[in-house]
Design a binder for this molecule. Structure first.
Ligand code: GLY
Length: 362
């Protein structure tokens, strides 16, 4: 790497391959120094239309230097589909992409998931690089190799584990991020902080990280969060055990998303899930002060939506979660802050009590 570039590099050693993650502010301008681009015969970038509109000049300049062709992508959940992917496979074929080619996904989690899926399937798998441009994609979606598309019957049903070769985390992209997107990313970064990223927890507790503020603390929070997740995935790439801790807040969160027909953001749904699952954790032994601290954090960052729901609807939807085994609803709970435990069964009465607590609280 060029020593003039102010950045840090982490190499994650997964069982399938290694991923090089470079973090910095404004580093996308130096893409040509960050990728060994001559090793690929054809390079193509799938770019979120929204991101391209905002950063066109920078993107064009950097991609021209590595001789990459550009394909736009209207990055909606609707377009993150198995059916929509076929257009892109045809595009790759018509542009002579081979098994030695590279795809670069530039955008939020929908774009990196979609690009990752294309790369994992095209000619049985080609190399992929991510340039996550949202906080959520930086700290979560781009790390760990889960790629998937939706089918009519459900979200993320068709997919693979396919690790990116490089991830370029440029916090400069966050300067144009809308508030709702900040909240989604904050939710996952706070999740990491609660389940074990203690350095970021300190930053959050001192309120050094705030929505819309791309400062030094935010940079550290992103870096900590990336390292935390990469470290968990290094230990358990294919989610056989410890990786499941990353699903904290998601058992309830996924059910909330589904009951609300995906009108709430993923971040909001996970924040509700974290509050409800922390309440359950407290009732099953977590210190009350830890619960109060989690609640304060979620309230401070305004992550908890004012919603109303039928508790039995939520419980019904939890039965369909793909994380369950033989119909038993399983939770990630906390013994205490920073100490998650996986595969916990919870009595139905306690789930109802926790959901009712949420309804009275907001
Ligand atoms: N978002 C959870 C995981 O990647 O395992």
């Amino acid at each position: 790497m060029d020593s003039k570039i102010n950045s840090e590099t982490i190499v994650a050693h997964y069982s399938s391959k290694q991923s090089t993650i470079t973090i910095g502010h404004g580093i996308f301008n130096f893409l040509v120094c960050l990728l060994p681009y001559s090793k690929w015969d054809v390079i193509g970038a799938i770019i979120s239309d929204r991101v391209y509109l905002l950063h066109r000049q920078t993107i064009d300049d950097s991609l021209q230097e590595i001789n990459a062709c550009i394909k736009g992508y209207d990055d909606t959940e609707y377009n993150k589909s198995y059916a929509y992917a076929e257009n892109y496979f045809n595009y790759l074929l018509h542009n002579q992409f081979s098994r030695k080619s590279l795809l670069i996904g530039i955008g939020g989690g929908v774009t990196t998931d979609f690009t990752g899926y294309l790369a994992s399937s095209y000619m049985r798998g080609i190399d992929v690089v991510y340039v996550p441009t949202t906080l959520l994609a930086m700290v979560d979606a781009s790390i760990g190799g889960k790629v998937a598309v939706n089918i009519e019957a459900g979200k993320n049903i068709i997919g693979h584990f396919h690790q990116p070769d490089y991830i370029i985390v440029d916090t400069g992209f966050l300067t144009t991020l809308p508030v709702e997107e900040w909240q989604c990313g904050m939710s996952e970064a706070i999740k990491h902080a609660i389940i074990g990223d203690s350095s970021s927890l300190n930053l959050f507790l001192k309120r050094e990280v705030s929505i819309g503020n791309v400062n030094e603390s935010l940079y550290h929070c992103v870096k900590n969060s990336v390292c935390f997740k990469a470290n968990i995935v290094e230990q358990d790439e294919f989610e056989k055990n410890i990786r499941s801790i990353l699903n904290y807040g998601h058992t309830v969160g996924h059910a909330i998303e589904s009951v609300f027909h995906y009108t709430l953001s993923h971040g909001e749904a996970v924040a509700v899930g974290m509050l409800v699952e922390s309440y359950i954790s407290m009732k099953m032994g977590m210190p009350q002060e830890d619960f109060e601290l989690i609640k304060e954090l979620l309230l401070y960052y305004k992550l908890l939506p004012n919603i109303s729901f039928s508790t039995s609807d939520i419980i019904d939807h939890m039965q369909y979660d793909k994380k369950n085994i033989k119909g038993t609803i399983l939770f990630v709970l906390l013994e205490k802050l920073g100490k998650p435990v996986i595969g916990k069964e919870v009595p139905g009465t306690l789930i109802t009590e926790a959901l009712n607590y949420y309804l009275t609280m907001v």
